[in-house]
Design a protein. Sequence first.
Length: 202
Amino acid sequence: MKKQPKDTEYFAKRFHSKDEKNVYSDRVLTVPNLLTLSRLIALPPLLYFLGYIESFGTAPALALGGWMLLSDLLDGALAKILKQISLVGALMDPVVDKIVINSLAIVLAFKGYVPIWAVIPIFVRDLGILIFGLRVLLDYDKLVTPTFVGRVTPLFWVCTFVMSLLELDIAKWILLGFSIILTLTSGIIYFARYKNLLKLEK
């Protein structure tokens, strides 16, 4: 199989494609990257608040989770505005998001806020994305970036978690249904993209 040069084609063509000229920064300590890192740092305290929610109530978890959601919405926009789009950020942001969502899903499932069977699809999908994405990056020096469906899926899961914490059961089950559908749909799309990319590289 033909490998692409390492200084070009960071982002897969025809798969939410971006050109080398759009990667403005090779720095690690950029504002967007620090925002992404802040979510990872805030995760252990959030899981602690959720683990002892009977003592702390929902307010600390919702407040900290709100900041994490805001930082997730801001980092991508600031990367473009400040011209700080970087390969490190493109790699780190989706990985951190997957760690956060899956960690929250597991804790809330064991606390009884969401059914355990419901979190299996997101765990399997994200594990598959990480494995195939790493293979594409290492073998072809390409990064397959998220689709629109893939981007909104975590948002639906966050809304599901919030509704479960607020004990708004009807809203929780409706959002949970949409979250699972989006998870499965985005998983199929990602798998198809990886399959097409591997076929193009042969």
